[in-house]
Design a protein around this ligand. Structure first.
Ligand code: NAI
Length: 330
């Protein structure tokens, strides 16, 4: 099948090309992000492949459908960037990668927790400058601490499992408790109770209208003074301006982000030679107790191989006239 692959990076080309060897689709790798201005690049291609910051609103979907697209194959788990009712109206099939390596994101979450707690980012910079002072690098033992996991699907459950291994008491909030977490001894509690009791709060629920700004000023006020907040889910789960106020007041002790609500204008590109225009993001970078990574939780060799395989399998199933197993219902 002829597929236009938007937001293509060198690693996408490597992993999709490898996964395509046994399938033989005609992949057109396009560097631009999918947006109103670039949708026409998919002209005549019955399938497009898109990533997390590609724009898939009603107008873009309408343009794609008018140019002959019938399948939108997302190479991501999250699908908050797709207007699903519009896709359904336009008879577009949308697929995603429901599971690739939840371990990749879970392990990155743990990397943020450990680095923030033991100030690895600051110690690394100090040692390079010949500063061997330990002042300001004091951490805490994870054993015996309480960690709150919001959303215990595939990734959240993997995080709960690792934190249980560290000797943490794990609390969770999820409308659908996970049998695996219950077996681990995770306690499900209402969200306000989780926020009030946790030394570390980690977000792993999808971004939906209901979860947008799940962590706002009121939620931050409920958290333990000095607690750590980790977001490797989606940027808009957190009200960044409220978080900055909580960091300034010292109410929030540590912040680890792999996602940012305005990341579409920043992430996945080398902007090191440009003047940063996002003042909110710039303020975040000034805090010594904040670590931001650029949406790299998924970025392991195992995850990329699995993403490429599942994405192209959906294209194959669609080409064969089947409803792909990974199709999203509107
Ligand atoms: P999943 O679908 O397996 O689990 C999501 C869980 O969240 C489910 O158990 C669901 O019941 C729960 N949930 C739904 N609404 C909730 C609410 N209001 N409060 C608490 N829990 C709620 O998804 P998975 O694979 O674990 O991924 C979770 C999220 O992680 C994705 O939606 C995506 O946004 C993000 N993600 C981030 C990546 C990164 O590179 N940083 C990569 C992959 C996913």
């Amino acid at each position: 099948m002829r597929v236009a692959v938007f937001s293509s990076k060198p690693y996408d080309v490597t992993f999709l090309t490898a996964a395509n060897r046994a399938r033989g689709h005609d992949l057109l790798f396009l560097e631009p992000r999918l947006a109103r201005e670039t949708a026409a690049l998919a002209s005549g291609r019955p399938a497009i492949c898109a990533f997390v910051n590609d724009q898939l609103d009603a107008e873009v979907l309408t343009r794609l459908a008018a140019e002959g697209t019938r399948l939108v194959a997302l190479r991501s788990a999250g699908f908050n960037n797709v207007d699903l009712p519009a896709a359904s109206r336009l008879a577009l099939t949308v697929t995603r990668v429901p599971a690739y390596s939840p371990h990749a994101v879970a392990e990155h979450t743990i990397a943020l927790i450990l680095a923030l707690n033991r100030k690895v980012h600051r110690a690394w910079a100090r040692i390079r400058e010949g500063n061997f002072s330990l002042d300001g690098l004091l951490g805490f033992d994870l054993v015996g601490r309480t960690a709150g996991v919001v959303g215990t699907g595939k990734i959240g459950a993997a995080v709960a499992r690792i934190l249980t291994g560290f000797g943490c008491r794990v609390l969770a909030f999820d409308p659908l408790p996970s049998p695996e977490c219950l077996a681990l001894g995770t306690s499900y509690v209402p969200l306000p109770d989780l926020l009030a009791a946790s030394d570390i709060v980690s977000l792993h629920c999808p971004l939906t209208p209901e979860t947008r700004y799940l962590v706002d000023g009121a939620a931050l006020a409920r958290m333990k003074p000095g607690a750590m907040l980790i977001n490797t889910g989606r940027g808009a789960l957190v009200d960044t301006k409220a978080v900055i106020e909580a960091l300034k007041s010292g109410r929030l002790g540590h912040l680890g982000l792999d996602v940012y609500e305005e990341e579409a204008a920043l992430f996945f590109e080398d902007r090191s030679w440009r003047i940063l225009q996002d003042d909110v993001f710039a303020r975040l970078l000034t805090f010594p107790n904040v670590i931001v990574t650029g949406h790299q939780g998924f970025f392991t060799a195992e995850a990329l191989a699995a993403i490429a395989d599942t994405t192209l399998q959906a294209v194959t199933e669609f080409e064969q006239g089947r409803i792909p197993a990974t199709a999203i219902q509107a």
